[in-house]
Design a protein around this ligand. Structure first.
Ligand code: GDP
Ligand code: IMO
Ligand code: MG
Length: 437
């Protein structure tokens, strides 16, 4: 029997994926990251203890669950061992249950330097606002077929030649295009080999492993990083990350087939945030934004940047539900809206000039500039929902707000998060309730 779940974000990231994966993975066998790298920041809060993860899947608090990085993930070896060590200092041992795909493309110092150099170039008017983790350049290498993948390090001579070629290529760019210092080949080579020797026991054919485990009826969660609006194909291009964070990434990023997935959960906040630049039709610049920023603690988990804030955008969610063929929706941070007198939700876009309804999803940046959101306004509930674990205990106004979202989007709301802690959650879906048992 197929039991596997995908958990992915359907906004611009930070929807609360970490919390939900931690909750759902208590009785899972594997949690698998399929894309992204340490640009992610996932927060778990259990018994007042906060755990932040960047690269390692959000199941670390459950000792019997294996954490897997698929071939679609990009990995900086230095950051990987730092995260393993950081977790170890908190008493979380992951070394023996972390599995790495042998085809993972690696991030090296030159990727990070190039990412920063591009973003900090004052002549560049279209800065993305990346996390400076080298993600874009590492994925460029993969598509350009010059990536150094983790299995290349088994053969030192082979790795030596590949690295030599790439260092030359990147140093040329760093020096001539950005007037930056070159990176040191020997240092990168020695450090990579030294770290590789400490992690090589974790390397496996992940596709083979997962397909085998699925055959045996094991429970697997595929954990997305970023959100579908940051997907390189389906997001607000070019203001996106460089991987497929939406559903297609699960298959290409792990090597399992689409029929191996039973249920796809999309996560959205009950409002909206974004870090970095790019379109954001419902963005707020007023006191409500300040209020939500403070109550929702909206600061980036990876970069500490203040997140941009806006109302929930159902036009965007509708599209993201479609492209991911979601089975159900999880709404997070309902408690952050508790004391707002009015809550707005965007139900359509109109054109700034013609005032006519925009029926298609804007594709380019010029189109996005003409979008004016039209809102439906809800009365707030002016009481705490924090920690509520059953839908009928929510104030009627909060129920109305959630029911409207469900009916507008034509999707069932299967989970509602009422606080950052693992247990501050309402699970309404029967299959998910059983999955955690
Ligand atoms: P992720 O990247 O999707 O895993 O999300 P992040 O961890 O970057 O950001 C989500 C933030 O919201 C974290 O600080 C969580 O602890 C917090 N959080 C998650 N769910 C809730 C919720 O329902 N209510 C509140 N108040 N905070 C939440
Ligand atoms: P989690 O998994 C929010 C954003 C960056 C930038 C764009 C490209 O915590 O939801 P990149 O460094 O990936 O090339 O940056 O993507 N971004 C995220 N925003 N949450 C994330 O991850 C993000 N990962 C990347 O801010 O706008
Ligand atoms: Mg995050």
């Amino acid at each position: 029997m197929i039991n596997n779940i995908v958990v992915l974000g359907i906004q611009w990231g930070d929807e609360g994926k970490g919390k939900i994966v931690d909750l759902l993975s208590q009785k899972a066998n594997y949690v698998v990251r399929y894309q992204g790298g340490n640009n992610a920041g996932h927060t778990l809060l259990v018994n007042k203890k906060k755990t932040i993860l960047h690269l390692i899947p959000s199941c670390v608090l459950h000792k019997n669950v294996h954490a897997v990085l698929g071939n679609g993930v990009v990995v900086s070896l230095i950051d990987l061992v730092n995260e393993i060590t950081f977790l170890k200092k908190q008493g979380i041992l992951i070394q023996n249950r972390l599995i790495l795909s042998s085809s993972i493309p690696l991030i090296f110092k030159y990727h990070i330097k190039l990412d920063k150099a591009r973003e900090c170039n004052i002549l560049n008017k279209s800065i993305i606002g990346t996390t400076h983790k080298g993600i874009g350049p590492a994925y460029e290498d993969k598509v350009a077929r010059r990536a150094i993948r983790i299995h290349d390090l088994y053969n030192e001579d082979h790795f030596y030649k590949l690295l030599k070629k790439n260092v030359k290529y990147y140093n040329f760019q760093l020096k001539n295009l950005y007037q930056k210092k070159s990176v040191n080949f020997e240092k990168i080579f020695d450090q990579s080999i030294q770290i590789f020797n400490t992690i090589k026991d974790m390397i496996q054919d992940v596709s083979f492993l997962l397909n085998n485990q699925i055959k045996q009826g094991k429970k697997i969660i595929f954990e997305g990083a970023q959100g579908s609006l940051l997907d390189v194909d389906h997001g607000t291009y070019p203001y996106v990350s460089s991987s497929n964070s939406s559903i297609g990434g699960v298959m290409t990023g792990t090597g399992i087939g689409i029929n191996k997935i039973k249920y796809i959960l999309g996560i959205s906040k009950t409002y909206c945030t974004r870090v970095g630049n790019g379109p954001f039709p419902t963005e707020l610049f007023d006191r409500t934004s300040e209020y939500l920023s403070k109550v929702g603690k909206e600061f980036g988990t990876t970069t500490g940047r203040k997140r941009r804030i806006g109302w929930l955008d159902l036009v965007l969610l509708k599209k993201m539900i479609l492209i991911n063929s979601l089975s159900g929706l999880c709404l997070t941070k309902i408690d952050v809206l508790d004391y707002l007198p009015k809550i707005k939700v965007c139900i359509k876009y109109i054109d700034k000039h013609s005032h006519k309804k925009i029926s298609s999803y804007p594709i380019n940046i010029e189109n996005w500039k003409n979008v004016v959101p039209v809102y439906k306004v809800f009365t707030g509930w002016n009481q705490s929902t924090r920690g509520i674990t059953s839908f009928i205990k929510l104030p009627i106004e909060a129920q109305n707000y959630i029911n409207f979202i469900a009916s507008f989007l034509n999707i069932s709301i299967d989970l509602i998060s009422t606080g950052p802690n693992r247990n501050e959650t309402i699970i309404t879906n029967k299959f998910l309730k059983e999955f955690v048992r």
